[in-house]
Design a protein around this ligand. Structure first.
Ligand SMILES: [Zn+2]
Ligand SMILES: [Zn+2]
Length: 387
């Protein structure tokens, strides 16, 4: 098994409360019309918002640059794909792997009112999984109504006002359909509309006492559109860079401000990263955590806030876990999985030291674990990522 250096978000033992996630998908906006344009011609508002968060300039859909493939990959964090199914009289598709909605609802025991999916009216919407461990009991509450992205915004605002779900997925379809129309002006103006929508959502979040300061917004695409050498903005679906490169913007309390990541990422990484914020384990996902966009020591609670600059460090290095303290102390360390099951127990420490290293011995088949560290009179709990 391979382990990598983990990135750590500091959270307190008493408040492992996860944060809210609003995940916005702008279908088929080409990167050259979004963050690939340094003057943000069509996304002036997101261009401004970017200073409050992080964006990636090297994330791609490296598989199939079509919506019916990209959306399931965004939901599931994998490219396991989907299959045709007749469900309640409609021919549609369902994913093989569980979706982030299912992971969230099952692992957090979350009511349907905590998990929404808003999109325009579609008679036979695509389905999440029938996975034996997850499935329809854990699907999101669907709001499929209206005809335009502005209608979808209205649905999303209503959902926020009435339910404040912990996970809200907003799917905007107009950019792709306007792109297919071949009319450049309507294509770019639909991007401007999506830009406004993201800004309205973020402003709403920041002005909402329930969401403010504990909600992260992600904005991304399922695919781009052909670059001009491969057919131009009217179409998509090939492996040209225009089709593959997508945008990814994240803003939230634990996300670095004014940061651009050049690290290579793939579309499926988005669901894994959103799961991380929700404190759930996307156990069948194959994507990777977009770790570099997180602040170190973010989200510290009241007691720990003052210590946030000298908190202990917990690093995964090879098959070892390393603990560094500011002051020598005796420690006890326990590793739990996200479901609360204890994985390892290093409680029998006899040394008063600043640096400890332990061998990880168990089969770490999940990705996200919690390290509980006790030292001096402090209790410390951090999410660790083991790949
Ligand atoms: Zn399309
Ligand atoms: Zn292409």
């Amino acid at each position: 098994m391979k382990y990598i250096i983990s990135f750590i978000v500091l959270i307190s033992l008493n408040s492992l409360s996860a944060q809210n996630v609003v995940f916005v998908v702008i279908d088929g906006a080409r990167y050259t019309e979004t963050f690939g344009d340094n003057s943000f011609t069509y996304i002036p508002k997101m261009g401004q918002l970017a200073s409050q968060g992080s964006y990636l300039d090297n994330i791609h859909n490296e598989h199939i640059t079509k919506t019916k493939n990209g959306i399931p990959a965004l939901w599931t964090g994998s490219w396991d794909g989907s299959y045709q199914i007749n469900y309640e009289g409609n021919n549609t598709q369902a994913t093989y792997s569980p979706s982030i909605f299912e992971y969230f609802r099952k692992q957090k025991n979350a009511e349907a009112s905590q998990c929404f999916y808003t999109l325009k009216y579609i008679p036979s919407v695509w389905l999440q999984s029938f996975h034996t461990e997850y499935g329809p009991d854990y699907w999101p509450t669907l709001v499929s109504s209206g005809n335009t992205d502005s209608d979808v915004l209205q649905s999303a605002l209503d959902v926020i006002e009435n339910h404040h779900p912990q996970l809200l997925w907003v799917y905007l379809a107009d950019v792709d359909s306007e792109g297919h129309s071949g009319n450049w002006n309507s294509y770019t103006s639909s991007i401007e509309t999506a830009d406004d929508i993201v800004n309205t959502l973020w402003t709403t979040i920041q002005n909402d006492p329930i969401y403010k300061d504990n909600t992260t917004i992600f904005v991304t695409n399922d695919h781009g559109r052909h670059d001009d050498q491969h057919g131009g903005f009217q179409g998509h679906g090939c492996s040209c860079d225009g089709c593959q490169q997508i945008m990814f913007l994240a803003i939230g309390p634990d996300i670095k401000e004014n940061y651009i990541s050049h690290t290579h990422h793939e579309l499926a990484d988005a669901a894994v990263t959103a799961s991380y914020i929700l404190d759930v384990d996307p156990e069948y996902a194959t994507g990777e955590l977009i770790s570099e966009i997180f602040k170190s020591g973010a989200n510290s609670n009241n007691e720990l806030e003052n210590e946030s600059n000298n908190h202990p460090q917990i690093l995964i290095n090879g098959n070892k876990i390393e603990i560094r303290l500011q002051q020598p102390a005796m420690i006890s360390l326990e590793i739990y999985d996200i479901m609360g099951q204890k994985m390892e127990d290093f409680t029998d420490i006899k040394y008063h030291k600043e640096f400890f290293t332990f061998d990880l011995t168990k089969n770490y088949s999940r990705r996200i674990y919690i390290a509980h560290l006790k030292y001096s009179n402090s209790i410390y709990s951090e999410k660790i990522y083991i790949n």
